[in-house]
Unconditional design. Sequence first.
Length: 143
Amino acid sequence: MDESVKYMLMCEKSTEIQRRWKCEDGDWIYCKKKLEMVRVGIHVVGSCIIKVDNNKFSFYSGYNEYVDVERKDIIWLPRQDQLQAMICVAFNPYIHLDEFYKFADKHFDFKSLEQIWLLFVMSHIDKKGWDVNKQDWVSVRSD
C-alpha cells in the first residue's frame, strides 16, 4: 500500500474518487485529525477507525481512547484492487488492461502502482490529469 505524501495528496484532491467511497472493513484511510494512516474495521493491533454512520467515524488509538472523527477529516486511500474495480465497472477490463500498460509506460514519474492506477482512473473516468506543478487534478482534453 502506498503510504507516500504524494499519494495521500492525490487522493485528497480527487474529489470524484472520495465521493465514490463506500466505507468497508479493510479500507485504508488517512485521518487528518490524528495524522495517522489506519485501516477501517475491527481493532487487531494498533489504531483503527470504526464507521459510526456515513459522516461520522470513531478513531481507536489502541489505548481505550476513542475520538470522534468527521468525514471531512478522512482521506480514503483506495487500494490497487479498488481502483481496478472502478475501471472494470465503467469499461471492459480486458481491453483496458493492455491500455493501462501503455499508459503506465508514459507515466514513469509516478512511483507506485496505486499512483498510476489512480491517474488511469481519473484520466479515463473523470477526464482529469495530475498537474505536478499545481499539485492538483486538472481537466484534460479528450482525443
